[in-house]
Design a protein around this ligand. Structure first.
Ligand SMILES: Cc1cc2nc3c(=O)[nH]c(=O)nc-3n(C[C@H](O)[C@H](O)[C@H](O)COP(=O)(O)OP(=O)(O)OC[C@H]3O[C@@H](n4cnc5c(N)ncnc54)[C@H](O)[C@@H]3O)c2cc1C
Length: 458
């Protein structure tokens, strides 16, 4: 009999596992795939390592910082700051036609760029920053109010509003066009006020550390162990049944599979439709270069681009939306040594249903076409790197669905979050994306908070 079974070895499941194992619970993490990491995993192809999720770790804080999400999670999981080997970004920008706003991990740069390009908005922008909700206000309950409406009360230049929303929606927008003001505050803090960083070797380092710690505390991790069903009797979970028929008894279950996905697993009542599914997914092209991007004239870590004054964040009318995107160069972090090869990753909004409707051959063809379209769109905002490309790869909403089980390949999950992590069953909880915190740091904090709040007693 396990004290807690955790469904999913993504960031939130692993973090919750560490927390519970630390307090001597008998914990087992069940992961359907042969690799850990979920939305933030890695793979090897043609003797190269690729990251699936990680562009950058948000919420960067320099060594010695005591406050904020990064410091909190290191403390709660008992990691030293150095263990994640985070190197800060070199500098990023938001690029719209005719205006570029640069930002770095020093908020003063972003503020000065806003003042330089939108001098009339100087005081409005400062008032907005002063209004941001504190982290603690979100974890418990969303503010519910529209971020667009809240921001419009301060900033009256529509272009600046779109430019601020562009990175925040790309990095955490679960609903189309807008987000809750609480989520907006969290994203604003995590990207602009704190900042971006990356370990030299990518996300595998963070995953490796989490798994090592979990196992060292006596936790059990089972790969290729998909949960097929959660068995319920008298209003509580008594066991989980795996795809291969194995039955595991437990006192509680914590699921990071997603709200709707978890509800479908419960055998007594199927209630996934209580919350509408997320609709937003992404395609990503990866280009390996025979030169460092900097040598080709590109020294930015991230470029969030949009080719008109209005940013359309929604399910596209085609397979993907090439009008906007995120260009990430993992080379452009301050590692102190260069990555072995140049890499350019471009992420754009995509429509799961259209990709899912393609037959095998059309799917392969569409990947090639959209690689070309996305890169052609992106090189309007960064130096044209196409002549330096030596290898490419591409993933789509279908890839995301296949490797994480998330309905519609919805990276940021439900538009309406379940902040308290509770379900209709007294010993079944959810953590991760659908609980309310997204991104690597958000998911880890989610796992920790739900473990602390509901699973440590008794
Ligand atoms: C393309 C892309 C780029 C991203 N870029 C960034 C970035 O730069 N920075 C950032 O901070 N975040 C980024 N993210 C987001 C970040 O990866 C996620 O928010 C975070 O990893 C979510 O973690 P999670 O634990 O909530 O869920 P998941 O990672 O989805 O973990 C859930 C796990 O549960 C497993 N599972 C599901 N159903 C079952 C079942 N029935 N039985 C057993 N196991 C099951 C899945 O296989 C999966 O491993 C990106 C995501 C994507 C897809």
């Amino acid at each position: 009999m396990y004290d807690t079974i955790i469904i999913g070895a993504g960031m939130s499941g692993l973090a919750a596992g560490i927390r519970l194992a630390h307090f001597d619970q008998r914990v087992c993490i069940l992961e359907r795939h042969s690799a850990i990491g979920g939305l933030n995993s890695f793979y090897r192809l043609g003797r190269r390592n690729y990251d699936v999720g990680l562009h950058a770790v948000t919420n960067y804080a320099p060594k010695g910082t005591r406050r904020g999400p990064l410091a909190r999670l290191l403390r709660q999981l008992r990691f030293a700051w150095d263990e994640f080997s985070l190197s800060p970004q070199v500098g990023s920008e938001i690029a719209f036609p005719g205006v570029r706003l640069r930002f770095s991990n020093d908020f003063g740069l972003f503020e000065s760029e806003v003042v330089r390009h939108f001098p009339r908005q100087k005081d409005n922008f400062r008032r907005l920053v002063a209004e941001l909700c504190d982290y603690d206000q979100l974890g418990r309950a969303g503010t519910g109010c529209s971020a667009r409406e809240a921001v419009a009360q301060h900033i009256d230049d529509p272009l600046l509003v779109e430019m601020i929303f562009c990175p925040l929606l790309f990095y955490g927008g679960a609903r189309e066009h807008d987000m809750e003001f609480g989520q907006f505050s969290i994203m604003f803090r995590s990207i602009f006020l704190e900042g971006l960083a990356r370990p030299l070797v990518g996300v595998r380092l963070i995953l490796k550390k989490l798994v090592q710690k979990f196992k060292a505390l006596g936790g059990e991790l089972r790969l290729r162990a998909g949960v097929e069903r959660i068995s319920v009797s008298n209003g509580s979970v008594d066991k989980v049944i795996l795809d291969n028929g194995t039955e595991l008894e437990c006192r509680r279950v914590l699921s990071s599979a997603g709200w709707r996905e978890t509800m479908r697993l419960c055998d007594e009542v199927n209630r996934p439709d209580e919350h509408p599914a997320g609709r937003l997914s992404f395609v990503e092209s990866i280009s390996i270069l025979d030169a460092q991007p900097r040598v080709l004239g590109h020294d930015r870590t991230m470029v969030f681009y949009n080719d008109s004054d209005k940013f359309h964040y929604g399910k596209p009318d085609e397979l993907a939306d090439a009008r906007s995107g995120v260009i990430c160069s993992p080379n452009n972090f301050a590692y102190g040594q260069p990555l072995a090869e140049g890499v350019m990753r471009i992420t754009a909004l995509a429509d799961y249903d259209r990709w899912a409707a393609l037959d095998r051959q059309s799917y392969q063809l569409a990947k090639l076409r959209w690689y070309d379209r996305m890169v052609a769109s992106a090189v309007r905002f960064v130096p044209d790197f196409r002549s330096a490309v030596v290898e490419t790869d591409m993933f789509t909403p279908i890839t995301i669905r296949r490797y994480t089980g998330h309905e519609n390949g919805a990276v940021y999950g439900l538009p309406q979050k379940r902040y308290d992590g509770r379900t209709h069953l007294k010993n079944l909880y959810i953590c991760g994306t659908d609980q309310g915190l997204v991104g690597i740091i958000g998911a880890i904090i989610s796992g920790i908070s739900i473990a602390n709040r509901h699973l440590l007693e008794g």
